[in-house]
Write a protein that binds this ligand. Structure first.
Ligand SMILES: Cc1cc2nc3c(=O)[nH]c(=O)nc-3n(C[C@H](O)[C@H](O)[C@H](O)COP(=O)(O)O)c2cc1C
Length: 229
């Protein structure tokens, strides 16, 4: 059975297709999941809303505990890592990660960064050994997972080769650490023009929704051996 980890990270609680001032990224992730379940109902979806329930940012205790051999961890170290362990368990259980990640000040929201910081875990998602020399790190997630980042931006021109592509640190901010831990099959789609609220916004929503449907077919072929109709 395929498992999808569905993450939302917008601060806005509702979906833009259901609520005035609702979130576009929540709309796109919900559309992905709904479309997927219509085609493949026998799928487990794990839902994690870091937008309304952000993970704790990492602390000095967290770092100390993470770099302590698991067998030597004291109780306070287990406590410091409890939430991170749960987030890592959810990630490792999934075949596909579908994350709604809005652009906030040219990067991902702090609540999404807190998730990233909690799942890049030494000994669980990457290995570290100084004895290996110049490249002491290696990925531990080796089961061919895929990640989809569904974004939204107020302005426009952030896609590759676009007017202000160089100012977009959202997809790269998520993809680079996930690649580092071993998740290199990466996809994206985004809504632009949110600030303009005109026909360009409507067109951008339409195009992003079409991309989402195509992404479902692409990933279904890959993970479930189901070909697009
Ligand atoms: C705190 C904050 C920072 C933002 N920073 C940017 C930005 O740097 N560039 C941009 O184009 N839009 C920016 N926006 C607009 C959002 O990217 C846009 O409203 C998007 O639709 C938000 O995603 P959501 O609809 O899922 O909530 C910002 C919005 C907020 C709330």
């Amino acid at each position: 059975m395929t498992r999808i980890l569905h993450i939302d990270s917008s601060s806005r609680p509702g979906r833009s297709d259901q609520k005035q001032h609702g979130s576009h990224t929540r709309r796109l992730t919900a559309q992905f999941i709904q479309n997927w379940l219509e085609k493949s109902p026998n799928t487990e979806v794990i839902y994690r809303d870091v937008g309304t329930n952000p993970p704790q940012p990492t602390t000095g205790d967290w770092v100390h505990a993470a770099f302590t051999n698991p067998a030597d961890r004291e109780d306070w170290m287990q406590d410091a890592l409890r939430e991170s362990d749960q987030l890592v368990d959810e990630l490792l259980a999934a075949d596909i990660i579908v994350a709604g990640v809005p652009m906030y000040n040219f990067g991902m929201p702090a609540q999404m960064k807190a998730w990233v910081d909690n799942i890049v875990r030494v000994g669980r998602t990457f290995g570290f050994d100084r004895a290996r020399g110049d490249v002491p790190y290696w990925p531990l997630v080796t089961d061919n997972k895929s990640v989809v980042v569904l974004s939204a931006r107020g302005d426009y021109g952030y896609d590759p080769k676009g007017r202000i592509a160089h100012m977009n640190h959202v997809e790269g901010g998520v993809f680079t650490p996930l690649q580092y831990i071993g998740i290199s099959d990466q996809y994206g789609a985004a809504i632009e023009y949110d600030e303009f609220a005109d026909e360009r916004t409507a067109q951008s929503i339409k195009e992003a929704e079409q991309k989402v449907i195509k992404l479902v077919d692409t990933l279904m072929a890959k993970h479930c051996n189901i070909n697009a109709a």
